[in-house]
Design a protein around this ligand. Sequence first.
Ligand code: ZN
Length: 124
Amino acid sequence: MYTIAAAAAYQSANRVISSAGSSNADLGARSEVEQLKGRIERQNLLIQTMLMILLEKKVLHEDEFKEWLNYVDELDGVRDGKLREDKKPLACSQCGRNSPKGSAKCIYCGSEFETDFLYQRPQE
Ligand SMILES: [Zn+2]
């Protein structure tokens, strides 16, 4: 008797678990996670390829790369092994309107945004 009740509870728990992940919102969230996972894996491939080329062709030594890595890591203000994305839109110095983060040019007047930090070398 006890075993039958336990088996029924086990089955209904399984029903709850298997139906829990099938709402539309959940499916949407899951496919978004899958897309993000795919993007991260693609970025991993690109970064790994670039790094291997740089090291293999002796463009840069591994220690030099690590120095750069630390330098770039600190550009967002925190040395934490991550580079936080700046969510702020870019304000155009010519027309004053905002373009989405990451734009190379103002989407309104076409004026180019400065990419100052890209060309700074680490302090000697
Ligand atoms: Zn502009």
